[in-house]
Design a protein around this ligand. Structure first.
Ligand code: FAD
Length: 447
């Protein structure tokens, strides 16, 4: 499987002994860096920039033709106005403020929650009333109890650090935890805050804590979460791209063909089939630890393989649609009355089904409610993006059996380090905090 690189290394060794130029040198560029980083999303770029700021040399290998991972920005061709339709909210924390200030990008508090919401059963197109509709006071009281429970585990602020032994409260299904602490009134809002987590009530409590940390939830409840003032998160990544490119520290549209310990063989689009050999002192993997993404090029150890195959993931899909006939500042929500006490909607389970439903459901709602959706526009996609795998999590049983302790023990093995949502939370501010506080100090070490 690793024959090209092994052959090259053998040939290099033989060449040195024979004192003749390496036969493959004409076909392979060799570069040396302190740290090679695979993945140019939230975690990878935060680390790349931080390491450069500390005077370390890096090379980022990103398979897409741009940085930013889940960031999606649409630029209207007529007006030039840009708008985010991927991720956009940031917790109001020091790491978030420092990082944006580092790029001189001002942040503002988000006001987009001033939306008038209407609820429909998307299967029928008719208006729907939730079967359970707690008052705002009840919702806030339930969240106060949720926060009090979270506060029992201050180590979770920094990463997935768990008490030993692991208390049942952390691995029981969230539905049982909701009953135990009587926080039912928080559940509908939790579902809305992060609908991409699968079956919220069956997920382990720890996984809900990871998806809904205090700073983010509080920020949304009080309209104090942050977003770039010009509403284009992609600007952060454009600036990072310019900086990394100016120091020859970035390969876009590139793929690692194979690895040998921390030596990487990379195919880049600009070299016309020519490969690049990267010799790094450390490897930082900042792509989701999903065997399908890693196996083709990384020699996963049996331990890594057995851990990464435990992950359960979902997909999150975003689209920009015109012709909705929705008035400005109006929002529509999907409810299935009497489907669980919370009227959770039924969700499609494939990308094709998602695409189909996005337009078909809007058409049905328009048809059923001509008074609320006046005009003749027909819905059509302006943009669509699929994000999968999303929200990597494990079962309560795996948490109980020490999954995260074994996962974290991988850090530093064979000079290889890991960051990203699976190691912290699916929230960029938390990934940056984890990278800054845990990964980078270990990685930089004696570098
Ligand atoms: C629709 C949506 C909305 C979201 N909204 C928010 C929000 O408002 N606020 C928030 O904080 N978080 C939000 N999130 C979550 C946030 O986007 C993630 O937590 C974060 O992007 C994860 O960062 P990461 O570095 O782990 O992975 P990613 O950002 O996914 O980065 C991984 C990178 O690795 C690259 N890659 C994959 N395989 C390879 C390979 N073989 N070689 C090289 N590169 C590879 C990918 O192309 C990608 O660029 C949202 C997510 C989605 C999907």
């Amino acid at each position: 499987m690793h024959t090209i690189l092994s052959l090259f290394l053998t040939s290099l060794l033989v060449t040195i002994v024979k004192s003749t130029p390496p036969t493959l040198a004409g076909d392979i560029d060799i570069i040396k860096r302190d740290v090679a980083i695979t993945g140019g999303g939230a975690g990878g770029i935060y680390c790349a920039i931080s390491l450069q700021d500390q005077g370390k040399s890096v090379i980022v290998i990103e398979k897409k033709d741009r940085l930013g991972g889940h960031v999606e920005t649409y630029v209207d061709p007529g007006t030039g106005i840009a708008m985010d339709y991927g991720f956009a909210l940031f917790e109001n924390t020091s790491v978030v403020n420092d990082y944006f200030a580092r790029f001189d990008i001002p942040l503002v508090k988000i006001r987009q929650f001033n939306i008038t919401w209407s609820t429909y059963d998307f299967r029928t197109g008719k208006t729907a009333v939730p079967s359970y509709n707690p008052s705002r006071e009840e919702v806030l009281a339930a969240f106060a109890t949720y926060f009090a429970q979270l506060a029992r585990y201050p180590e979770l602020e920094q990463g997935i650090f768990l008490p030993s032994p692991i208390p049942e409260d952390l691995y029981m299904p969230f539905g049982r935890f909701v009953d135990k602490y009587k926080i039912h009134a928080a559940v509908p809002t939790m579902f809305l805050l992060n609908a991409g987590v699968g079956d919220l009530l069956s997920n382990a409590v720890l996984e809900v804590f990871r998806a809904l940390p205090r700073k983010l939830v509080e920020g949304v409840l009080t309209s104090t979460v942050l977003t770039p003032a010009n509403h284009t998160v992609i600007e952060l990544y454009r600036r990072a791209e310019a900086e990394l490119s100016s120091t020859s520290s970035l390969f876009l549209s590139a793929e690692v063909v194979e690895t040998h310990q921390i030596t990487l063989l990379v195919r880049t689009p600009t070299t016309d089939g020519k490969l690049t050999l990267i010799q790094a002192k450390r490897l930082l993997i900042a792509i989701p630890p999903n065997p399908a993404l890693l196996d083709p090029w990384l020699r996963l150890t049996p331990t890594e393989h057995s851990l990464f195959t435990r992950y359960i993931s979902t997909g999150l899909y975003v689209g920009l649609v015109n012709g909705t006939r929705l008035p400005p500042t109006a929002g529509i929500l999907n409810l299935a009355p009497n489907h669980t006490m919370y009227s959770f909607p039924y969700l499609p389970d494939t990308e094709a089904a998602v695409r189909h439903h996005m337009l078909d459901d809007i058409r049905r709602i328009q048809r059923e409610n001509p008074d609320r959706f006046p005009g003749t526009g027909a819905p059509a996609f302006v943009a669509f993006a699929a994000h999968a795998p999303y929200n990597l999590q494990v079962s309560g049983e795996d948490i109980k059996n020490g999954f995260y302790e074994r996962l974290y023990a991988l850090q530093g093995e064979m000079n290889t380090f890991w960051t990203g949502s699976a190691w912290a939370a699916d929230i960029s501010g938390d990934i940056w905090k984890f990278s800054r506080g845990v990964v980078l100090p270990m990685l930089v070490g004696e570098l």
